[in-house]
Design a protein around this ligand. Structure first.
Ligand code: GLU
Length: 473
């Protein structure tokens, strides 16, 4: 977790990674500086009524890059939030969107509170006031800047934002596109909640499926024999673990702030989740070994670690203790540049955050498209496809005199649901982007890591947008 000493390092770390990659592009220095800079940093404070008095809340919204509109990125609710962190996270959003071809600039918001210390009514007041402040400064809107959930926020907060925005913009047809990650009842999209974790699982699967790359780090191809440790049982960590297990991997370790558990024979993620809910702690799960120091959980025998909590988890101080060969960054910025150098020397592979956790914003893009088109994906064609498939089968059965099995009929006849379309769009995006990054790593001499290659692709795409905008002569 970021501490005070690190307060001004996160954005610098993102810029450091950018600079390492920029040398493999041939854009003018001024353009590179423009891509790197945070275009707008809005810091504000507002009061809320608390007890018999008032409390002043610190908040931020950073729009990192306007090379595309709207800008996009979550709002973090945490007492650790500071300006440097929001700037770094906004910058990562820019690069992330470019990597997965989501046509947005990057942004991020922060509200400096410990959500556990506020009532639901107070959280609602804070969220609505935060939204109002953004509206006053033109920092939110379906074509301007579109927030989403991040650490400490979810569907509930997004529905308050949507409602506040719609109230203040009566009659604006596309108002619901002002925020994503909304509940389905408020025109959210199916699959958004699990999207980041599902995307992490696709990313890992893509990486371990390349036999040539796995041979280099002494692993076999495929997820079947892979042991995984996941840090964080929040939305991203829980879903990453769940889908990785579904795709064949064994979850051997789970880490939370109160400690970690490990079982070489595997852990059932849902059972651990239920255990934590019932007992208030991940520790004491039947059959697993407890570690009171959560970081120890990350140092156990495994092939893959998925950090899905906060930034700065792997530094030059602890990276040498990691036994995994692959770090799949579900969180933003979990590995410092110094730690990455050491881990690469140790022969490890890092699947970088800006690609690995891009599933969330990818499905946010689908939600935004749904809101702008005012119709759910599949609504117009679902039944049409089912009927024409049924006609096709009937014709074939007539011609051949054979009858298809009922379970096969069900599978072939049905049209695609919104969830299936979302998941297929997400899977395709993650597969395509992985190979785009891997290709750059192969063909650009000097790009030694997937992160550098991902940055190169991202910088090239953003540079083209700037030139097409005519902003750059
Ligand atoms: N907060 C998420 C992220 O860091 C999602 C952003 C979005 O959906 O706009 O990628």
């Amino acid at each position: 977790m970021a501490n005070l000493a690190d307060e001004n390092k996160f954005f610098a770390d993102v810029c450091k990674n950018f600079d390492s990659a920029a040398q493999f592009t041939n854009h003018p220095e001024g353009l590179l500086n423009q891509i790197k800079a945070c275009n707008s940093v809005y810091r504000f404070q507002f009061p809320i009524r608390r007890g018999n008095g008032f409390e002043v809340i610190d908040a931020w919204r950073v729009e990192h890059s306007h090379h595309m509109s709207p800008t996009k990125g979550g709002i973090r609710y945490s007492e650790m939030v500071n300006e440097d962190e929001v700037m770094a996270l906004a910058a990562l959003m820019t690069y992330k969107c470019a990597i997965v071809n989501v046509p947005f600039g990057g942004a991020k918001g922060g509200i400096k509170i410990n959500t556990k210390q506020y009532s639901v009514a107070e959280l609602e007041t804070i969220t609505r006031r935060y939204t109002t402040e953004l509206i006053k400064k033109n920092f939110i809107g379906p074509g301007i800047d579109v927030p989403a959930p991040d650490y400490g926020s979810g569907e509930r907060e997004m529905s308050w934002i949507a409602d506040t925005y719609m109230t203040m913009n009566p009659g604006q047809l596309d108002a619901l596109g002002c925020v994503t990650g909304k509940p389905i009842a408020l025109h959210g999209i199916r699959g958004r909640k699990e999207a980041t974790g599902r995307g992490v699982a696709y990313a890992v699967r893509e990486c371990v499926d390349v036999a040539e790359d796995m041979a280099k780090i002494g692993l076999k191809a495929g997820l079947g024999d892979k042991r995984v440790v996941v840090q964080g049982l929040g939305n991203v960590g829980y879903h990453s673990a769940k889908f990785l297990a579904e795709f064949g991997a064994t979850i051997v370790g789970l880490c939370e702030y109160e400690g970690a558990i490990y079982n070489a024979n595997g852990l059932n993620v849902d059972e651990v989740f239920a255990h934590r809910k019932n007992t208030g702690s991940i520790l004491g799960f039947p059959g697993a070994t407890d570690f009171r120091n959560s970081m120890e959980g990350l140092e156990q025998e495994c092939d893959i670690i998925v950090p899905a909590a906060l930034e700065n988890q792997f530094t030059e101080l602890n990276i040498r203790n990691i036994k995994a060969k692959i770090i799949a960054e579900g969180a933003n910025g979990p590995t410092t540049p110094e730690a990455e150098v050491i881990f690469t020397e140790m022969g490890g592979i890092i699947i970088p955050d800006m690609y690995c956790n891009a599933g969330g914003v990818t499905v946010s893009y689908f939600e935004w498209l749904k809101n702008l088109s005012h119709v759910a994906f599949g609504r117009m064609e679902n039944r049409y496809a089912a009927n024409s498939n049924a006609n096709l089968i009937a014709t074939l059965e007539n011609l051949t005199g054979k009858t298809i099995l009922p379970e096969h009929r069900l599978m072939i006849v049905k049209g695609a649901s919104e969830m299936e379309l979302v998941n297929s769009g997400l899977e395709d995006t993650m597969i395509h982007s992985y190979h785009e990054i891997r290709e750059t790593l192969k063909v650009k001499p000097g790009t030694e890591t997937l992160r550098t290659a991902a940055f190169v692709n991202s910088i090239d795409k953003i540079a083209v947008s700037y030139m097409n905008l005519g902003v750059w002569p």
